[in-house]
Design a binder for this molecule. Structure first.
Ligand SMILES: [Zn+2]
Length: 163
């Protein structure tokens, strides 16, 4: 099973809490962990560790898309795969890529896992570093001209016009 942080195949990996999220990491990356997920009950000679509650992924992804009304640009759908593929093509590890763009390895890992939508700033840096395009222009769809979409129609209109 590959390490979810650096992406390397590893033996003896462990589940650990990194940035509030449970990840499977290799022995090299365990140093980034805030806590290790114990598969067995905590030993009696140490006080039980306070359980960290993983941060829920409640970030509203839609919100970001419509944030800048002027700039009708949004992330391509398979952005996380694009990043991972481009990084591998360049022969970079997640750590190395993170170092180049000034992001932590865990951020790169989360982005590639699709758990974290990179900020616009990070997107720009990734695009530059990897030579890829992660944003696509979204054309304003002129209402009334478009056939085959429901844009501009209410459900009632749609039923009426679609005999
Ligand atoms: Zn690792």
């Amino acid at each position: 099973m590959p390490c979810e942080l650096c992406g390397r195949e590893c033996k003896g990996g462990k589940e650990a809490i990194i940035d509030g999220a449970k990840m499977f990491v290799c022995p090299d990356c365990i140093k980034y962990a805030e806590g290790v997920v114990q598969p067995e009950p905590v030993r009696t000679n140490s006080p039980p560790l306070p359980q960290r509650i993983p941060v829920k992924r409640t970030q509203n992804r839609e919100r970001d898309i419509y944030k800048d009304r002027g700039m009708e640009r949004e992330l391509v759908t398979n952005w996380n795969h694009l990043i991972e593929q481009a990084r591998k093509k360049k022969g970079l590890t997640r750590e190395e890529l993170g170092f180049k763009i000034g992001e932590r390895t865990v951020t790169i890992a989360k982005v590639e896992n699709g758990d974290l939508r990179p900020s616009d700033q990070t997107i720009a840096k990734l695009e530059k570093e990897l030579g890829i395009h992660l944003m696509e222009e979204v054309k304003e769809v002129p209402t009334g001209l478009q056939k085959g979409t429901q844009t501009g129609f209410t459900l009632g209109d749609f039923i009426k016009t679609d005999k």
